[in-house]
Design a protein around this ligand. Structure first.
Ligand SMILES: C[S@@+](CC[C@H](N)C(=O)[O-])C[C@H]1O[C@@H](n2cnc3c(N)ncnc32)[C@H](O)[C@@H]1O
Length: 509
């Protein structure tokens, strides 16, 4: 919508300032399509406060009051939540995180949990229920703190009365044990209710009381940071990392990842879910990762010499299409121009790949300076080439070295999936694909690969799901990443392969 559609008494520049101040003070990011909405919110705030826009915006930028931030939170935030949302994570909490933290805190026998962005309390109370069911020894002391910027949501949380809809994912025995019906509401038992302390808190601000060093054993911060601007998400994660004890656990929402955001965590994958564990201090001393940047994602095909499926093999035969794609690909200079102090760069390798001179490309990578052995981009390219040339053990070794530098490297997990498949370990291959897809939700190839593996295993529901997602992602996949990971196939060929595999599995697109 153009700015002429904005209310006449508010200028476009005011709405832009308002949007920037919201990022600064609350963390939330709004795209251009939301400008009319922001215009309305700004107008409501000005009407309510009887304030001119210049003085309101100046105050918001320089010293916003808690009341004003709370009022804005009510206008701007999404409060969707329910009990036992992503129950797999609560199982991981009960069976991995809490037992481990109990061991670590054996001497103090005290645990602290935080629900950050708790909305109307369902997540925090789910934590309380799981913690109380897991830790039955009364000599343990447990504190569960819950914060949100929206005071209306917190008021509802403190009431602890919910509709049946809020319990739609809660296990039946939890409902029976922890709630009693009162008229049309379900009232939470006092034991869980009294275990949680709710406070107004802002994830976008450096509140030293909230973010004390090593204060928490477990933090749930789910479906909040996905709405944040990248720099605010990075800052919030840095505060969370600081306030988690080494070895403490962080649970994010399904669509949220720390890839490219923080290297202070190990990624954990159990109970069909992902979560993070703060590195112990020695591990934190590891070199900082050098994440793959879009412009450095180089050329192409890593599919080792394995038979994925008939359709895949058929697609391999479409050589002419593949070559056409390579010839129309962006220049290697565009893809990789970075050089080290000796002037060595990754660029020639892409020229070699584009002309299908794979052995020479691998020779080039092997003759790189010593520094290239510590550069995550160079290691990934080398791993790709090794896998492509059938040197699976060396490719695997390169990936493992890369993961030591950058544990959250999605490309390394994808190449490892190919290596595991080559070894006939299909389950482990799918696990690496799922890690890659989790770390980078826009990465199409692990979805496609996982879908093909699931189809081979006769898991048709899972195959259809993964392949359908692959189709969606392939349509917008970055061209340089397709060149690197796409097996030398065009986007269209990969989409056609995925679609035909969906049909094979009894699905329709
Ligand atoms: C979608 S809900 C998530 C609730 C719960 N964590 C879950 O996953 O079910 C997002 C919550 O984050 C809160 N929020 C947004 N920005 C915040 C901020 N800067 N500080 C604290 N809470 C914030 C919103 O008020 C909202 O209640």
């Amino acid at each position: 919508m153009s700015c002429s559609a904005l209310r006449a008494d508010i200028r476009k520049s005011d709405v832009d300032r308002f949007r920037a101040a919201i990022v600064q003070q609350i963390g939330l990011q709004f795209d251009d399509a939301k400008l009319p909405f922001l215009n309305e919110v700004l107008q409501r705030r000005l009407d309510r406060l009887r304030c001119a826009s210049a003085s309101y915006l100046g105050g918001l930028e320089d010293h916003p009051s808690c009341d004003e931030l709370s009022a804005l939170a009510q206008e701007l935030t999404v409060g969707e939540t329910y009990f036992f949302r992503h129950n797999d994570q609560f199982r991981a909490l009960a069976e991995v995180a809490l037992p481990e933290r109990m061991q670590a805190r054996e001497s103090s026998r005290a645990l602290r949990l935080l629900s950050a962005g708790c909305a109307s309390g369902e997540e925090a109370y789910s934590l309380a229920i799981v913690a109380q069911e897991t830790i039955t020894d009364p000599s343990w002391h447990m504190t569960i703190q819950a914060i949100d910027l929206n005071p209306t949501a917190l008021k509802k949380a403190r009431r602890a009365r919910y509709s049946a809809w809020a319990l739609r994912e809660a296990p039946i025995d939890v409902r029976q044990k922890w709630f009693r019906a009162n008229s049309r509401e379900l009232v939470l038992e006092e034991k869980a209710r009294g275990a949680v302390q709710f406070d107004v808190g802002n994830l976008a601000s450096a509140n030293p009381e909230l973010w004390q060093q090593s204060a928490y054993d477990v933090i749930f911060c789910r479906n909040v940071l996905m709405y944040f601007a990248p720099e605010q998400m990075r800052a919030a994660i840095a505060r969370i990392a600081e306030s988690l004890a080494p070895g403490g656990y962080l649970f994010l929402g399904h669509a949220e990842t720390l890839r490219g955001i923080s290297d202070e965590f190990h990624l954990c994958h159990t109970h069909d879910t992902f979560y993070y564990r703060r590195k112990e201090s020695a591990a934190l001393a590891q070199p900082h990762p050098s994440p793959i940047r879009a412009g450095v994602r180089p050329a192409r095909a890593v599919i080792p010499n394995v038979v994925l499926a008939t359709a895949w093999v058929d697609t391999i035969r479409q050589a002419s299409e593949r070559v056409a794609a390579l010839l129309s690909a962006p220049s290697a200079e565009k893809i990789a121009t970075r050089s080290d102090s000796s002037g060595w760069t990754l660029a020639p390798v892409f020229d070699l790949l584009r002309s299908e001179r794979f052995a020479e490309a691998l020779d080039y990578m092997c003759s790189g300076p010593a520094g290239a052995d510590h550069d995550s981009d160079a290691i990934l390219v080398k791993a790709v080439l090794l896998a492509q040339s059938g040197q699976i053990a060396a490719a695997q070794e390169a990936c493992q070295r890369l993961l030591l530098i950058d544990e959250l490297n999605a490309g390394a997990h994808y190449v490892l999936a190919l290596c595991r498949e080559h070894a006939g370990e299909y389950g482990r291959a799918m696990e690496h694909d799922r890690l890659a897809a989790h770390l980078d939700p826009a990465f199409a190839m692990p979805r496609l690969h996982c879908g093909l593996l699931a189809r081979r295993a006769g898991e048709f529901d899972a195959a259809r799901r993964e392949l359908a997602q692959a189709v969606v992602l392939l349509k917008r996949e970055d061209i340089s990443r397709l060149l690197l990971f796409g097996g030398g196939f065009t986007r269209e060929a990969l989409i056609a392969l995925s679609e035909s595999a969906v049909t094979d599995c009894g699905g329709r697109l």
